[in-house]
Design a protein around this ligand. Structure first.
Ligand code: ZN
Length: 291
């Protein structure tokens, strides 16, 4: 199944839901990052959550989720746009933690104390920035906690990542359900019952359920229509001009040190690992060295 997401709305407008399969793009991201099994599951969950929230973006809007915790992974970062192009990175890809009760210890790898940052570029002058303390550090609950408290939209998030026998990503994805503000609340008890009956996201994905099938199971008895279906893929939007702009923002002393000590600069993109080399001559031509 190709990576994609489906967004639906109940016919009475009171409930919105998104489901996504992100297996292929997550496999690529984890391979590029060199993650160990626990780090793969943690990063895979954050990337799936980013895909789900990305389904609510429009036009040229962008969204980034960043988790900074006191666990070995230190910082996880994932981004998307409204066109389903995702990228992700992790500061330390090796959690080096044993499984806990047959489960990957994601909360231990992320760390119990820390923050979830949500940065939305909505095309305004300044990006929107939201932040909550980590709630369980299992990521799905942290996202639901952020949406419910910070954005004040009651939300449930289920995320699932499974690995194959070589510890590469086998399946990844999840679902998000939201009670729309001001909507009729009469369907909520039925939805809560469905959520309780629903198998965990890992089981649904392992069974090969499509996003639409997951939503049909969740919304059984609740009439809905499909609002959007978007293919998802790994895509990094880094470029040489972007790196050059970053170099123009450095202090003159920092650039002089690069010229003298390294005879140039090599900048590696944290997401796709593409490296951009700049010669000493190119660095010497930067505007901050001309005064
Ligand atoms: Zn890149």
């Amino acid at each position: 199944m190709n990576d994609h997401l489906v967004r639906i709305l109940s016919n009475d407008g009171s409930l919105r839901a998104v489901a996504a399969v992100t297996s292929g793009l997550t496999r690529t991201i984890c391979r590029l990052q060199g993650t160990d099994p626990t780090a793969s599951v943690a990063l895979g969950r954050l990337v799936a959550g980013t895909a789900l929230l990305g389904a609510l973006l429009k036009g040229n809007q962008r969204l980034a989720l960043m988790i900074e915790g006191n666990g070995p992974l230190q910082r996880l970062h994932s981004e998307t746009d409204a066109y389903g192009q995702l990228r992700g990175s992790v500061k330390n890809p090796l959690a080096a933690l044993p499984p806990k009760a047959d489960r990957f210890d994601v909360a231990g790898a992320v760390g119990k104390a820390g923050f979830l940052h949500v940065i939305k570029d909505l095309g305004m002058k300044e990006p929107y920035r939201g932040m909550v303390q980590l709630y369980t550090s299992e990521i799905a609950e942290d996202l639901a906690y952020y949406l419910t408290t910070s954005e004040q939209i009651p939300s449930t998030v289920g995320l699932g990542v499974t690995l194959d026998e070589n510890f590469a990503i086998a399946t990844a994805g999840g679902f998000l359900v939201q009670a729309m503000p001001g909507g009729d609340e009469s369907l909520i008890p039925l939805l809560e019952e469905r959520l309780q009956q629903l198998p965990p996201a890992t089981s649904l994905l392992s069974e090969g359920k499509t996003p639409l099938q997951i939503l049909e199971q969740l919304f059984a008895g609740i009439p809905f229509s499909v609002q959007m279906e978007t293919p998802l893929e790994f895509r990094c939007n880094c470029s040489r001009p972007q790196v050059a702009a970053m170099l123009r923002g450095l202090g003159a002393d920092e650039v002089r040190a690069m010229i003298e000590e390294d005879q140039g600069a090599e900048v590696t993109c944290e997401f796709c690992k593409q490296s951009y080399a700049f010669t000493a001559e190119e660095l010497a031509a930067l505007p901050q060295l001309k005064s």
